[in-house]
Design a protein around this ligand. Structure first.
Ligand code: FES
Length: 64
């Protein structure tokens, strides 16, 4: 699924940045991926995805 239409960034791209690059917020995400600099509509969805991914990873670590 595309999160940022302007730069063709997908939810998988963001998931990879969070899990492999340790991205934890929009500022860090923008350092890894180009997004949010055109219309800005993707920012809130990208932030929600980062939050969900971090919560998921936290749960995974607790279980492990
Ligand atoms: S959808 Fe990301 S900047 Fe427009």
């Amino acid at each position: 699924m595309f999160v940022c239409m302007c730069y063709n960034v997908t939810d998988k791209d963001i998931a990879k940045a969070v899990s492999q690059q340790g991205v934890g917020n929009i500022r860090e995400l923008k350092q890894q991926l180009q997004l949010g600099e055109q219309c800005g509509k993707c920012i809130s969805m990208a932030q929600a995805l980062i939050d969900d991914l971090i919560i998921d990873e936290g749960l995974f670590k607790d279980v492990g």
